[in-house]
Design a protein around this ligand. Structure first.
Ligand SMILES: [Zn+2]
Length: 290
């Protein structure tokens, strides 16, 4: 393992990512239809025939069949291999960012810390996708990502070099507890539900991966991203509402509720994991002049 160069591991991580993407394809297809994820095993949705394992390989299966099912020659959407390819790229990016951008691809990966960081980044990048998709559509965050993040963070903290298990535990408790308290206060002040419990669990997971400082930075960057995106979005929406008000026949603008915050947290987290301390240094130097 000492001799194997980085480029080889990048291909392996691409493969892991593509497999996760393939699993996401299964979830996206089965969950809304109320089909179990494991049973029945992979079958053609049209003729119900079993799909042999070799055609289930991410990307390769689709290319092998040239986009048509083996059983009944129906076209298979190109969206599937594209999704798998994107998840594969995220997987490779996780390792490449952990090894340090610009690292020589022929060098072996030596430190346990790099592997731990690669595992954390893999979790953060591939978890961001379902958080964004599910939170925007259903206004909830899957427990497998948020609670799973707490477990993943605690496990990764056992690898020496990063944060300690105690820092990880404190990170989860303080980040989750702090956001819960913020949400509770905001709910009292605004007299409406201001913060979902999914966001609390998600930030607790980021606290377990990055410690208290990382979780606080993630929250701040997420809030900043939220403002940058939601202010112009709100203005466009108001314009549309004004136009609709002029046109009496237009339907009422029904959706005026909560803005999902999970996607902003999920996008901020890997940025902070990689560059949190650099951003903090820059902030202290230029903004506070220290
Ligand atoms: Zn078929």
């Amino acid at each position: 393992m000492q001799e194997i160069p980085l480029w080889y591991w990048l291909i392996v991580f691409f493969g892991f990512g593509a497999c996760v993407g393939s699993f996401y394809n299964v979830i996206v297809y089965r969950m809304p239809r109320g089909i179990s994820l494991i049973n029945p095993p992979s079958h053609c949705p049209l003729c119900k025939k079993r799909i042999p394992i070799r055609y289930n390989l991410p990307i390769v299966g689709w290319l092998w069949l040239r986009g048509k099912s083996a059983c009944c020659k129906q076209p298979i959407s190109v969206i599937y291999p594209i999704g798998e390819g994107l998840c594969g790229l995220l997987g490779a990016l996780a390792l490449y960012s952990a090894a340090g951008f610009g690292t020589d691809l022929t060098q072996p990966v030596l430190s346990a810390e790099t592997w731990a960081n690669a595992a954390a980044m893999f979790w953060l990048l591939l978890g961001a996708y379902p958080v964004c998709a599910v939170d925007c559509k259903y206004k909830l965050i899957p427990d497998s990502i948020s609670v799973g993040g707490i477990v993943a963070g605690l496990l990764i903290s056992l690898v020496p070099g990063g944060i300690t298990p105690l820092q990880s535990l404190l990170g989860a408790v303080v980040a989750g507890g702090g956001l819960y308290l913020l949400g509770w206060i905001a709910t009292k002040v605004l007299k409406k539900d201001a913060m979902g419990f999914g966001d609390v669990k998600l930030l607790a997971g980021y606290g377990a991966l990055m410690g208290i400082t990382g979780a606080v930075e993630t929250l701040l960057v997420a809030a900043l991203l939220g403002i940058l995106v939601m202010v112009p979005y709100g203005m466009i929406k108001n314009k549309a509402a004004e136009r609709a008000a002029k046109n009496k026949n237009a339907p009422e603008n029904e959706e005026n509720g909560q803005i999902p915050f999970g996607p902003f947290l999920a996008i901020a987290a890997p940025i902070i994991y990689l560059w949190g301390s650099t951003l903090l240094d820059v902030y202290l130097k230029y903004v506070l002049g220290e």
